[in-house]
Structures are given as structure tokens and as C-alpha cells.
Design a protein around this ligand. Sequence first.
Ligand code: ALA
Length: 497
Amino acid sequence: MSMFVTKTIETLVSEAEGADGLRRVLGRRDLVALGVGAVIGAGIFVLTGQAAAAYAGPAIVLSMAIAGLASALAGLCYAEFASAVPVSGSAYTYAYATLGEFAAWLIGWDLILEYALSASTVAVSWSGHLGAFLAQLGVAFPAALSAAPGTLVATSGGHAVTAVFNLPAVLITAFVTVLLLVGIRESATVNAAMVALKVAVIAIVIAGGIWFVQPGNWHPFVPPNSGRFGEFGWSGVLRGAAVIFFAFIGFDAVSTVAQEARDPQRDMPAGILGSLAICTLLYMLVSGVMVGLVPYQKMIGSPAPMIVALDAAALRSSGSAHAMLSGLKLLVEFGAIAGLTSVMLVTMMAQPRIFRAMAIDGLLPDWATRIHPRWRTPHVTTIITGVAVAAAAGFTGVSTLGQLVSIGTLFAFVVVALAVIFLRARRPDLHRPFRVPLAPFLPIAAVAVCLLLMASLPWATWERLVIWMAIGLAIYFAYGYRHSRVRLPKPVDQSLA
Ligand code: ALA
């Protein structure tokens, strides 16, 4: 059989309904919280300032709306698939059902960028925020243990030392891995607590900060273009959207726990679209407040733009207002640390489930399908993910690879939107509890907007994507092509399930 062989929807659903071993414990609220958990993180706490200062100015609010719209178009496509095919492989499985094994492998491989690589970049950011938080409390963390080997880091005394490895990034990855091993219910509960905290912090920044906004900072709302594409003006709004898109990544991770949802057909669309709506609204409001507190130029290059904005407001105020703004700064650091932890938690929850779906199909080795007898979690793939994320976060300079995460995710979105169109044509009869409205126009719009955002990313990011995919192709032909269970049917080894 050819490598374009597809899996039928009926096979996928019956496999998922069989004695799979995962626990069906997640309700609608858990799913929305998982979506928000995966989305609000490094993007809003780190990238907003850069996107506003270098590209969009106060119109960062519009960039947020565009990135939110692109995500919503893709989110609708994910919602249709996740309700019709509620299995844990997400885009990988959707591609297998529609475009065939080869495309499925490519997407499965690509999703490593979205989940494992983003967890690594977020772990590095987590480490940076922990250092800043401790510094605010007057505690100095050893600089040599705070970055990838070979990086020059400034000590609290102002000297430069060469870092050995990034200890906090490794520790947080280990903590998240252990939590994910112990159980899906436990992980969802910790996630809910962290989501409540980070949403509360953002809401407090909005509600507290709005009183200190200087409306003059919002003018001109769309600063004139500098003469170069992407530097202010409308092209800047677009580039700002492409950069800030990272902040929206993650809502689709909800679809990877479809087999652990109590009623996936009903609750998957709510989890995906509900979390996206909450995050888009919060992002537009908080970025609007930030560029109202401080002239956007002041946030250039800052890894903690919310702090810069609050600092500017604190400088202008006195007495209790000053004290409140200083308190808010500490809260923001704390919220960022919680926020980043939950992003890692959900992306590192998603990755092992995709690996496992690939192993069930024979594209990865059999032992990767195992479920822990007591914890009922995919422990083998969870540990592999944890080790890979920790190695990348602790020992390599992954922090510069955020745009690779974005391009990889956009690529997956394009494929899922195309897959919706294909499946509508091929299986019009299929029961779809949720349907993308105005199909095929909205899925086509999803493809177009995602391609536009991909085109706005730097060329170097494209080169890295091509290299990553070439490595994936080599692995497919060396292993998956020869072991595929769909093309070369062989019984599943029940002792491993
Ligand atoms: N959306 C996630 C973040 O901003 C990846 O950290």
C-alpha cells in the first residue's frame, strides 16, 4: 500500500473507544482551563513589548485582534475535527484520516516544534522570570547556573561569568514531568490553580493600570510607517501580529486530551474556542493598558514589558498609588512564573499523547504506546518528552527559537484547515457535532491568514523549518515507512497496551 494510505474515521474512533487505559475524567471547565493554561505565557509577558516597540506601536491591540482572528479560524477547524474525531493525536490523526500517512508523519514531526520546543523555550523564559522575581526579593541566584553552557551572564555584582547550564529550566521541567506522570486529574487541578492565578494577575493589571493610562500615549494609534515593510504603519500591525502569534499558541493542545474528556463531542469545541476567546479579550485589554501607561518606544528590547509599563506609572505617582503599582510589579512576576509553568504543563501533556498516537500506528516503536498500570498516563512518552525538553532548555540556547515554534504551529493549522475541506468533500455523511460555519470559506480563510503570517516571519525561520522537516523525512523512511501498522497490518502487541 502507498504511503498516502489514510485511516478511516471509524477505525480511529473505535481504536479510541477500545480498552485504551487512559482515564476519562476531564469536564468542560477543565478543558477551557487547559486551553487558557497553554496559551497565556511567555508571549504576553515577554513579546508584547517587542511587538509594540519595534513594529506596531499602540496598534499592538489590532495586532492582537488579527492574531486572535487567525487563531479563531484555525480553532474552528480544530473544533470540528475534535468533535467528529475525538482521539488524542490531534492534527497528526486528522491528517492521517484525510491526507494520508506521509502527511500525518510530517505533521506529527512538525508538532514537536509546537509542543516540545515551545516547552523548552518557555522553560528558559521561566528561569529568567524566577531570577527576576528572586532579585526583587533581594535574593541572588548563582549566575553560572542560570543559562545554557557557554553563555556570558552578568552576576549581581556586575561581573560576567560563563554559564554552566540552566538549572531552574531543568528543575521546572522535572517538576512538570513528575506531575504529568502521576495523573491527568492531578495535572488538571494544578493547571486550574495556576490559570486562576495568572488570569487574576492580568485582570488586576488591567483594572489597576487603566487609572494610570495617559491617553496621549495612544496617539498616533497607528504610527506612520518608517519606510520599511513591517516597521509601523499597517504592515507593522501585520508583522506585530506574526510576532505576537506565539502568545496564542496552545489552544489546540486541548484536542490532544480528547480521549481523557468525559464528553469530548460536546466539550472539545467549548474548550478550544472558549479558551481562545478569553485569551484574545485579555490580551487586547492588557496590551492596550500597557501602551497607555508608557510610550511604546520605552519597551524596546525589554524581556518584562509589563514591569516597564508599571514602573513608568509608578514613577509618575506617589503615596498609596506608588505603593500599589510597586506591589503589582511583584504580582506580575509571580503571575508570569505561574503562567509559564502551566504552558509547560499543557504542552508537555500534549506531546506524549501525539508520540503515543504515532507509536500506535507503528511510526514510532511499540514501547512508546505503554500506559502506566496505576497512574494511567502514557509514562514512557512523558519521560522521553521530559528528558528532551530539559536537555534543550538546560543545555542549548533554545531561547532564540520561538519563531520556529510559531512557523511550525502555523503549518499545522494550515494542514488542519485543508483537512476539514477534504473531509467535508470525502465524507459529507460523517456526524459532526460541531461544524465550521460558512465552509469552505472560513477554512480557506484560515489557510490564507496562516500562510500570510508564515510569510511575515524571517527567512531564517523558514530555513530552520525546512531543515527540521528534512530530518523528519529521513527518520520516516528509515523507520516509520518500514514499520507502519496501517500499510503493513500487524496485530498490536497487547502486552504493551
Ligand atoms: N502561547 C504560549 C506562550 O505564550 C506558547 O507562552
